[in-house]
Design a protein around this ligand. Structure first.
Ligand code: HEC
Ligand code: HEC
Ligand code: HEC
Ligand code: HEC
Ligand code: HEC
Ligand code: HEC
Ligand code: HEC
Ligand code: HEC
Ligand code: HEC
Ligand code: HEC
Length: 319
């Protein structure tokens, strides 16, 4: 009994609400009533700018989006509504919102926002957006991009990383380590190695593999070399870390420990020519030689061509 009474009440309330809304707003915006086709405003961006010519909105006029002569640009098409969707009802009454809102408590779902941008920006860098790590997290283009500014900070080398760090705190702490790619210095930035829009390779890397990404700038490591060091060909990250390290040269560990992961300490022979005791070689009593620590760079003092060698006698990477 009780529940049917409530249902009845609810129905009545809903009905009267519906009637009230229907009479007050004959044409509700598309987001609320998809069955009513939203209509576009007349008069282009000027119509909107009559009310919105303020510092929050009008810097867009200085961006490529506002190039009226460009048939590919929003202002060469539907003006503000190329992104915000139909807003004719909003012009008529502020009680109605434009179809697509990018900001604020009523913002549209990420998919609806992205669809607007992707109508023009589907290809190029965004070939792999669908299914990418960021898209799968329900991220929107405007989680990174700002369009109502003269120059979008995420497109500027010096300020891009700050934007990424808002979510990637671990990488921020890494680039503050002793050895780091010069990201803080503004010489290298995240998008030099990553394509944040999606990638056919791992970890949103710009290239299909880690090594291909590194070769973009460290071309001399690409080879082919007469004497290759296997792990170098396989993956630079066997020995290096990309963002920052407390070891010199972005190493994951210092030599000799780094090398001894694969080259067991005991297998290394003392250099017969020099008779010199090698670092890591143990003395009679099994204790590590004092000489061990005197090699500041450990193994790479002698094995200086650690990435491989082109010298005819480079088989040991010593030249
Ligand atoms: C007659 C004045 C007027 C015109 C014309 C106008 N707007 Fe608005 N618009 C407003 C006001 C006032 C608000 C703030 C409403 C609020 O805070 O609820 C607003 C809010 C907005 C918002 C933010 C809505 C939100 O809730 O976040 C967008 C986006 C917007 N307008 C886009 C447009 C576009 C696009 C046009 C042109 C097609 C346009 N406006 C034309 C007065 C106007
Ligand atoms: C290229 C797509 C695009 C175009 C064109 C565009 N906007 Fe926007 N608009 C956005 C995005 C994205 C946001 C979210 C805030 C941001 O990125 O700066 C936004 C935010 C807004 C807001 C809310 C501002 C705030 O800070 O609360 C208003 C109002 C607005 N736009 C009005 C307009 C008007 C008026 C025009 C035309 C003169 C226009 N927009 C053209 C994409 C666009
Ligand atoms: C109607 C087509 C259209 C829509 C919709 C559109 N753009 Fe653009 N956008 C362009 C054109 C054209 C350019 C200038 C040429 C270029 O750089 O590709 C541009 C340039 C850009 C740039 C580079 C700006 C610069 O200063 O170099 C970014 C970033 C961008 N758009 C992001 C967005 C985002 C984010 C959205 C959605 C909120 C969006 N665009 C919606 C057409 C569009
Ligand atoms: C995780 C942050 C992030 C997200 C999300 C993101 N972008 Fe970008 N976008 C960037 C960065 C960083 C660059 C600069 C890339 C470069 O310099 O190689 C860029 C560059 C661009 C450019 C200018 C370069 C070009 O391709 O012409 C456009 C346009 C663009 N993005 C559109 C979009 C659109 C559309 C979306 C949503 C589908 C989007 N972006 C989502 C970070 C992002
Ligand atoms: C020199 C190239 C390079 C630069 C510059 C770079 N990265 Fe990376 N990043 C990589 C590589 C390579 C990996 C893959 C690491 C792995 O597989 O262990 C990676 C991995 C990541 C990961 C995933 C980490 C994980 O453990 O899964 C995030 C997040 C990331 N980078 C963010 C950033 C941000 C943010 C910036 C800019 C501040 C940046 N990267 C700059 C090369 C780079
Ligand atoms: C709004 C938050 C946000 C921003 C801003 C952001 N990211 Fe992300 N990013 C994420 C989330 C969430 C993930 C998924 C994390 C996961 O899967 O563990 C991710 C994942 C990644 C990954 C790793 C992908 C993988 O396979 O593990 C990389 C690399 C990355 N982001 C780079 C960037 C770069 C570069 C920027 C700046 C241009 C950026 N991100 C900006 C939230 C963000
Ligand atoms: C966008 C260009 C670029 C890419 C891509 C790049 N690097 Fe670098 N790398 C640099 C620059 C610039 C330096 C600093 C050189 C200097 O200070 O002389 C550097 C320095 C280094 C150093 C020496 C660090 C030190 O403390 O001396 C190592 C190791 C290194 N990179 C490894 C890598 C690896 C591994 C990759 C691939 C994951 C990679 N780099 C990708 C530009 C790049
Ligand atoms: C087997 C471990 C190992 C691998 C794998 C490795 N490196 Fe290195 N790398 C080192 C060591 C050790 C140093 C320090 C050498 C020194 O201090 O003289 C170094 C130094 C560097 C430097 C700075 C000095 C220089 O030679 O320019 C760069 C750049 C570099 N590595 C890039 C790479 C790249 C790119 C890859 C992948 C193609 C790679 N490394 C793979 C061990 C390695
Ligand atoms: C991830 C494992 C790994 C790491 C770490 C590593 N190496 Fe190697 N190294 C190899 C492999 C595999 C070969 C090829 C072995 C073979 O052909 O018998 C090799 C070959 C060599 C050779 C040539 C001699 C030979 O037997 O072919 C020298 C010298 C060498 N490594 C020195 C070093 C030094 C010094 C370090 C530290 C900076 C180091 N390696 C780090 C795996 C590693
Ligand atoms: C004083 C110079 C010197 C130092 C320091 C040195 N090596 Fe060598 N290493 C050589 C020479 C020379 C050879 C050539 C083979 C030989 O003469 O025994 C060699 C050969 C090798 C070989 C291949 C032959 C074998 O014995 O397996 C490996 C692997 C190797 N070194 C690894 C290392 C590692 C790891 C370190 C650091 C713990 C290291 N080396 C430190 C000079 C040195």
């Amino acid at each position: 009994m009780r529940s049917s009474h409530i249902t009845g009440l609810l129905c009545a309330t809903l009905l009267s609400l519906f009637a009230a809304t229907a009479s007050a707003q004959p044409a509700a915006p598309a987001t609320q009533a998809p069955s009513t086709p939203a209509h576009f405003a007349n008069g282009g961006p000027e119509t909107c700018l009559k009310c919105h010519n303020d510092a929050k909105v009008n810097p867009i006029l200085q961006t490529p989006h506002a190039t009226k002569g460009d048939p590919h640009a929003p202002f060469g098409q539907m003006g503000c509504e190329s992104c915000h969707g139909a807003a004719g009802d909003h012009v008529e009454s502020r009680a109605n919102k434009p179809s697509v809102l990018f900001k604020g408590p009523n913002k549209s779902p990420a998919a609806a926002r992205n669809e607007m941008c992707l109508t023009c920006h589907q290809n190029g860098l965004r070939m792999n957006w669908q299914g990418s790590q960021h898209a799968n997290q329900d991220m929107a283009c405007n989680d990174c991009h700002q369009v109502h500014v003269r120059k979008d900070p995420v497109l500027i080398k010096m300020s891009q990383a700050e934007k990424c760090f808002t979510c990637h705190a671990e990488q921020r702490s890494q680039v503050f380590r002793f050895s780091h790619h010069p990201i803080r210095e503004g010489k290298v930035t995240c998008s030099d190695c990553h394509n944040p829009h999606g990638s056919p390779g791992p970890k949103l890397l710009k290239e299909v593999t880690v090594n291909e990404t590194c070769y973009n700038c460290h071309a001399e490591k690409r080879g082919p070399l007469a004497w290759e060091h296997e792990p170098v060909r396989e993956n630079c990250l066997t020995c290096h870390t990309p963002h920052g390290s407390n070891q010199p040269r972005l190493l994951v560990q210092r030599p000799p420990y780094l090398c001894q992961e694969c080259h067991s300490n005991s297998s290394h022979q003392a250099n017969p020519q020099s008779g010199q005791q090698l670092p890591g070689k143990t003395g009679f009593n099994g204790a590590i030689s004092t000489n061990f620590r005197s090699f500041a760079r450990g193994c790479v003092n002698c094995h200086s061509q650690i990435h491989g060698s082109n010298s005819p006698a480079g088989m040991w990477f010593t030249r």
